[in-house]
Structure formats: structure tokens, C-alpha cells
Write a protein that binds this ligand. Sequence first.
Ligand SMILES: Nc1ncnc2c1ncn2[C@@H]1O[C@H](COP(=O)(O)OP(=O)(O)OP(=O)(O)O)[C@@H](O)[C@H]1O
Length: 304
Amino acid sequence: MDYVLTTDSLSKHYKHFKALDRLTMHVPKGAIYGFIGKNGAGKTTLIRLICGLQQCTSGGYRLYGTKDTDKEISRCRRRMGAVVETPSIYPDMSAEDNIREQYRILGLPSFDDIPDLLMLVGLEGTGKKKAKNFSLGMRQRLGIAVALAGSPDFLVLDEPVNGLDPQGIIEIRELILKLNRERQITVLISSHILDELSRLATHYGFIDRGCMVKEISAQELDAACRKCTRMEVTDINVLTRMLDHMHLEYQVLSDTGADIFSAVDITALVLALAEERCSVSAIHQHDETLESYYISLLGGNRYE
Ligand SMILES: Nc1ncnc2c1ncn2[C@@H]1O[C@H](COP(=O)(O)OP(=O)(O)OP(=O)(O)O)[C@@H](O)[C@H]1O
């Protein structure tokens, strides 16, 4: 598999504190990689290191196969755009002028594609309005537009939906999907908003206290998150007797409810229960969410 970013036992220490502890991570080309961890887990530290904003203590990383110690690494970083912590935009400038400024900083020869970039992030109608008067969501999208100057093929977003309202979250989600699907941009997103990430990510990396706990593809995660049929009945004893009789795997949740993990013939089960005067009050498919997977992975409710 082709990787845009790999890290090899990457560590960052602040005196005796290990912000990153021999972290190993693999971001495949074309992925939307959800980098998940609670506050202080080390997500921003990793992003700052790969952006060249800080030096690692030991270990290293490769961008497009080039080692961080190689002199070619700066050239590789030009293929990467990033929004780290807050978007780096000039509050007294319009959206267009902000992007124009970034083009100048990068020494790009032409401003011709700025209107397309504004359109892409949905800021085409903002005219002379200054960035300081934008909503948080607009500022975030402008930050992404600035990061896209120079047409990077790897976009790194640090907590991009933090503090956004539901509409703002949807806009950022659609933008990320568009960039990934239509422009084949690989995206690394750090977040602790698990539900939101699960709508986007093709791969996940779970980080805890500076260590990579697990890397998993969305497909593997789907398989790991067990689907089950949740049933509410008037008599749990009748239900468990039936389930035992049908050799089905289940877990009793309460005096009236159970999760059935095996594939079940619902009609046959409901008819059999009715014969025993046990009625079904509710039945639905239930998925283990990304959040519960995260909690079970880390062995306790340590998600903040
Ligand atoms: N300059 C620094 N000096 C000392 N400790 C630091 C420094 N920068 C970060 N840390 C510590 O390193 C740890 C990791 O911080 P980091 O910002 O990478 O976490 P994070 O996963 O991005 O969390 P958040 O979601 O809160 O942004 C934290 O405990 C933080 O306090």
C-alpha cells in the first residue's frame, strides 16, 4: 500500500513528559484518516511535528516516502496543506485577499484559480467582507482554502469542526468529502467528535497518552462493531427460552430486553413468542457506535 505519511517510533518529550511516545502511524494515500484521542492525547503535537513546526525527540516520520531528516522534506511539505489549531487568516482582509496573500507567500505565479478556490469552499459571495466578520464556520472554510493554496494533495486538519454549529459541521464534512473524492486529496483529521468522524473516515488511528493504541480501516471497524437485534418483550424468561431453543447468541439487558447477536428469523421468533403469550413491544437493529468501540478499546470510560 502507498502511504502519504508514516511515523516510526516517533517521540516528543517536554522535559520528562512524553507528549508522543514511540508513535507508529500509517496514513494511506487517498484516505480520510480520523486521528482520534481525548484532550491532551498528543494529536496536535503529531501535527505540529509533521508540519515542521517542532522537532521530534526521537524516532522519525516519512512524508511521501521521504524521511524527515532528508533535505528533500521541505519540498515534500509543499505538497501538504494544514490548518493547525486555529485557521491562520488575517482578520482585516477579505476571503479573496487572504488567499491572495497566501499565494504571494508561496510565490505562486498566477492568481487565476482563486475564484475557483472561493467557490470550492463556498465563500464566493463574500466580496469585501472582512474575515473578522465571518461566522466560525466561514473562518474555518477560509482556513481550509488558504491551506489549499498551491494545490496540496495532503490536507491536515486539526479539530476542524470544534465549536461549529450543526450547519457548519455539515458544510465542513461535505467540503472534506468533495476534496477527497473529486480532487483525490488525502486528509488527516484530528478530532474527539467521534460520531462526526464516523461519517467521513476511511481509516482510524486511536491515540492515548501519546501512544497509538490501534489503527483500523473503516471496513474493519464496521466488522468489529457488532450489529445486533434489540428486542423488548413482556416476558424475558420466555424470550431467553426461545433463543436458547433456536441456538441464538444473546445478552439479557433488563427484565424486558435483550440483544440478539446472531442472524434471526424475526417472524418465526415473534410467532413463537406469541404462542407463549409473550408480546413484543419494540424491536430494532442496533449498532455499536464508534464511541463505544473507543471506550472498549481503551478499557474504560476515559473519553472526555
Ligand atoms: N510546549 C509544551 N510544553 C509542555 N507540555 C506540552 C507542550 N505542548 C503540549 N504539551 C502537552 O502535551 C500533551 C499533548 O498535547 P496536544 O496538544 O498534542 O494534545 P491534543 O491531543 O491535541 O489535545 P487537544 O484535543 O486538547 O488539542 C498535553 O498534555 C499538553 O499539555
